[in-house]
Ligand binder design. Structure first.
Ligand SMILES: Cc1cc2nc3c(=O)[nH]c(=O)nc-3n(C[C@H](O)[C@H](O)[C@H](O)COP(=O)(O)OP(=O)(O)OC[C@H]3O[C@@H](n4cnc5c(N)ncnc54)[C@H](O)[C@@H]3O)c2cc1C
Length: 497
């Protein structure tokens, strides 16, 4: 018995049949022969596969890939998946690093990449965006109009994929996270019906989609708020490691009281493979040219006695469009490696920042010989001002309250070249996260929130949203998907449990 998806007008690839038991229906085998024709471009090999960012995803082989042209195509594929028990995944920008997150091994991958239409309504200052758009598409559209949106800080991530996990932006200080700037979603639900969710319609679903991940439906388009934005100042400073504590002191002060011109701070501690040393760098995004210090007070704990002219080892200032800034950030994160992400949320306190840095330096010493290694952690401020914006339009699902702040989201970025090192890298990530959480908890500096967009694949991220929010997410999921289609047939990524 064979199953086939085909578009009779699509002749680049011949219609190829396959047995459900070997592929699509591996999740729930069916016996009878199935032959289905759907009116959408379908590939039965890897021809449609994008150069997915992480090798874990790129080395995944779906049985077929359907390129959706809109809600109708998604509804048709979901109907087939439901009826025949096929497992599937939704492919947005494809930058989630772990296997199965958005590419279905042996199943159907629904590629959203054709849905890239963008339309501006200048009166209401909003854009309608296709559910397969990348932030690069949005910035390319908005930059020439001196407008921007709260997208991610690299260009290649998908708009929807990042929004359903929250979404830290260059502009979050003044505008909140990406999910807080959505006005409406168009969603295909598990029963193939198409609904809208906004602060006036399907309000529970609207709340759940802003942080609740891929548990509720397939977003085929959405409306986002935009704002006036001229090219920003993007600064880069690399500091002497001798004054690490002072760099974190300054980070703590900025997070507590951000100067009005500063839109974003991100402080990165990394291992530099080529020079065999740890490096501490900082990036600022600012609306006006920021005054950058060249020295910082020398902490009493260091041995640094000599008077130094400058603690800044490298400094660059650019004035860039949002697209150009995001493309600069892309260069920090090359594609074509095996990747793990990890994330821990802590209070804004220099002592815990230093404790995390000490653990990081200690643990990295055990993996320095790894082929193709890149390892760094980024300290991202979550200011009270940003948290306050999370209550817009009925609030989001993340479970962070203004009284919790200011907080710092510490993201771990790890990549390597050889799959033979994967087990060792997994153990490293487990240890590093465990030790960071343990030390932060012992200092009473740990916050339970886990940033979905950068979390480790083993994390129970929804536990970090708090019991009340998790229960509400489960209720919304059960209401929109009573048969558990997204939980059973779409196994990849973070599941509510
Ligand atoms: C280099 C790099 C830099 C990053 N920088 C940032 C940053 O600055 N801020 C930030 O917040 N995050 C950042 N991220 C994290 C990124 O936002 C998440 O990995 C996000 O999940 C990626 O979304 P995607 O669509 O690209 O990936 P995908 O792997 O395609 O999608 C992620 C999840 O969303 C689901 N999904 C995607 N589209 C849809 C849809 N239309 N409907 C329903 N479900 C869908 C997928 O099925 C999958 O489960 C970065 C990631 C990388 C690799």
């Amino acid at each position: 018995m064979a199953m086939a998806f085909a578009n009779e007008n699509w002749n680049r690839h011949p219609l190829t049949a396959f047995s459900p038991s070997e592929g699509c229906a591996a999740w729930e085998p069916v016996d009878e022969e199935v032959s289905v024709t759907i009116d959408a471009p379908v590939y039965h090999d890897n021809a449609a596969k994008l150069e997915l960012w992480s090798l874990f995803q790129a080395q995944t082989s779906p049985k077929c890939t359907v390129r959706s042209r809109g809600a109708g195509d998604v509804a048709s594929v979901l109907a087939v998946a439901r009826e025949h028990g096929c497992h599937f995944a939704i492919l947005g920008g494809g930058t989630s690093p772990f296997k199965g997150a958005s590419n279905a091994e042996g199943g159907i991958t629904i590629d959203m990449g054709l849905l890239k239409n963008i339309e501006l309504d200048p009166d209401s200052m909003e854009i309608a965006v296709g559910g397969g758009s990348l932030w690069a598409d949005v910035y390319r559209f908005l930059d020439p109009r001196n407008l921007s949106a709260t997208g991610t800080r690299n260009s290649l991530t998908g708009v929807v994929g990042s929004i359903i996990g929250g979404g830290i932006s260059f502009f979050s200080q003044n505008h909140g996270w990406a999910c807080d700037n959505v006005k409406q979603f168009e969603v295909v639900l598990a029963n193939s019906s198409v609904v809208h969710a906004s602060e006036n319609e399907n309000t529970d679903l609207f709340w759940a989609l802003r942080g609740g991940g891929n548990n509720f439906g397939v977003v085929t388009s959405l409306t986002l708020e935009v704002f006036h934005q001229s090219p920003s100042y993007y600064t880069f400073q690399r500091w002497s490691m001798d004054i690490l504590e002072s760099v974190f002191d300054r980070f703590e002060a900025l997070t507590l009281q951000m100067p009005p011109e500063i839109e974003m701070v991100a402080t990165t501690l990394g291992w530099h493979v080529h020079t065999n040393q740890f490096v501490i760098t900082e990036r600022l995004i600012a609306s006006e040219k920021p005054a950058l210090p060249r020295t910082l007070p020398v902490p009493s704990s260091t041995q640094l006695k000599e008077i130094v002219e400058s603690h800044v080892l490298d400094e660059r200032i650019y004035q860039d469009t949002t697209l150009a800034m995001s493309e600069k950030m892309d260069r920090m994160n090359a594609a074509g490696f095996f990747n793990y992400f990890g994330s821990v949320t802590v209070k804004n306190n220099v002592k815990v920042f230093m404790a995390i840095a000490d653990i990081f330096r200690d643990e990295v010493s055990s993996i320095k010989d790894t082929f193709g290694l890149q390892i760094y952690i980024v300290y991202n401020p979550l200011t009270v001002s940003t948290i306050e914006k999370m209550s817009r339009r009925g609030g989001n699902a993340l479970g962070i309250r203004p009284g919790d702040g200011p907080l710092t989201i510490v993201n771990i970025n790890l990549h390597w070249s050889d799959d033979g090192d994967t087990e060792r890298m997994r153990s490293f990530m487990r240890r590093l996260r465990h030790r960071i959480r343990h030390v932060a908890a012992s200092m009473d500096m740990l916050h339970p929130y886990l940033f979905q967009n950068h979390a480790f694949e083993e994390d129970d991220i929804f536990a970090g949203y708090g019991g009340e929010n998790r229960d509400r997410l489960l209720r919304v999921r059960d209401a929109v998907d009573p048969d558990g289609v997204f939980a059973r047939l779409q196994p990849g990524y973070y599941k509510l449990r």
